[in-house]
Design a protein around this ligand. Structure first.
Ligand SMILES: Nc1ncnc2c1ncn2[C@@H]1O[C@H](COP(=O)(O)OP(=O)(O)OP(=O)(O)O)[C@@H](O)[C@H]1O
Ligand SMILES: [Mg+2]
Length: 327
């Protein structure tokens, strides 16, 4: 199987890695292992995703890589720079969009960008030019004079993204960039990220939306409880499920028993009980749904709902943990 497991990823450091962690660990309050021995390598120009449920350790990982959180042990390097030894130099190399709105509410949109540039040592004309250029590029020029509180969530997110790259960082970190956005704003932000990628920007983003990881990321690290569970391209991760079809069966009665019963269904590779339904993983999808119903009802279950899809990154997560990404 192509998936790197938790035992293996460190053994494959990437030569031109622009982000590198080695056994990176953060223990809070003496006992909470938020990040636990993480080994990651991200290549120049890659969009790399950290996917995991709430509390997986995504923000803490980004926090350490961006000098906001001090590691308990292990190493974190950005563009070859150790972030603990050289935090100020590292800060110049990175752009960060954090999980909450950190725009300065006392400044206009344009000023937020301009003063960011000045803070990062850009000359006044350079910062001015860059602020206007980025607002144009992110289709925000008509909002240049707007107050921050007057922006929609999607726009505020685009302003934060524009601000984060004013100083031309080598690496961009985005923590849950589309959390809380409506679907349209989410798509608009994906477009902007794709444009940045086309221009060569290296991006590390965290998300608990599997669609986001699938659509945007070249490689995805699936995390849970501070540990890396799998790391590969979305396609290869999905192949690791070992099935090409996933059927969800909602039914009354003991779902564990139904899962047991469906394990013997023709073509089934395995089953799991998640989120009040049984997932059946199968090879082949032709005519499957009526046969699943027959199989379940033949064993005395009443099927309430049924759906069929291809495996997703969520299936990968379920396969690895037995749980749903959202639980
Ligand atoms: N400052 C802190 N002090 C103590 N515990 C913390 C602190 N920050 C995070 N944690 C704990 O560390 C673990 C990982 O948290 P983290 O915020 O990194 O997860 P996450 O994957 O970003 O989750 P979410 O999807 O909710 O943003 C959680 O158990 C969290 O409660
Ligand atoms: Mg987080």
């Amino acid at each position: 199987m192509a998936v790197e497991t938790a035992e293996a990823p460190a053994s494959r450091p990437i030569e031109n890695a622009v982000i590198q962690t080695r056994a990176l660990t953060k223990v809070f309050a003496g006992s909470i292992r938020a990040v636990d021995g993480l080994d990651l390598s991200v290549s120049e120009g890659e969009i790399f995703g950290l996917l995991g449920p709430n509390g997986a350790g995504k923000t803490t990982t980004v926090g350490m890589l961006t000098t906001r959180v001090l590691p308990t042990s292990g190493d974190a390097l950005v563009a070859g720079m150790n972030v603990v030894e050289n935090p100020n130099a590292a800060k110049q190399l990175i752009g960060v969009v954090s999980q909450s709105n950190t725009l300065d509410r006392s400044l206009s949109v344009w000023d937020n960008l301009y003063f960011h540039g000045r803070y990062f040592g850009m000359s006044a004309p350079d910062a001015r030019g860059r602020a206007s250029e980025l607002l144009e590029r992110f289709r925000l020029s008509d909002r240049a004079a707007a107050e921050i509180d007057a922006l929609s969530g999607g726009m505020a997110q685009r302003v934060m993204l524009a601000r984060s790259i004013v100083h031309r960082p080598r690496i961009l970190f985005l923590d849950e960039p589309t959390a809380g956005l409506d679907p349209q704003s989410r798509l608009a932000l994906w477009d902007v990220l794709s444009e940045l990628h086309s221009a060569g920007q290296t991006i590390l983003l965290t998300t608990h939306y599997m669609e986001e990881a699938e659509q945007l990321c070249h490689r995805v690290a699936i995390m849970d409880h501070g540990k890396l569970l799998a790391l590969d391209s979305p396609t290869r991760l999905k192949e690791s499920v070992g099935a090409d079809t996933e059927v969800r069966v909602a039914a009354d009665g003991d779902l564990e028993k139904l899962a047991d019963c469906l394990r013997s269904f023709e073509g089934a590779t395995h089953t799991a009980v998640v989120d009040e339904s049984v997932r059946v993983y199968l090879r082949g999808s032709a005519g499957v749904l009526p046969r699943v119903v027959d199989h379940a009802e033949g064993a005395g279950f009443t099927v309430k709902d049924l759906s069929l899809s291809e495996p997703t990154l969520e299936s990968v997560f379920i396969n690895l943990t037995g749980r749903d990404l959202r639980e």
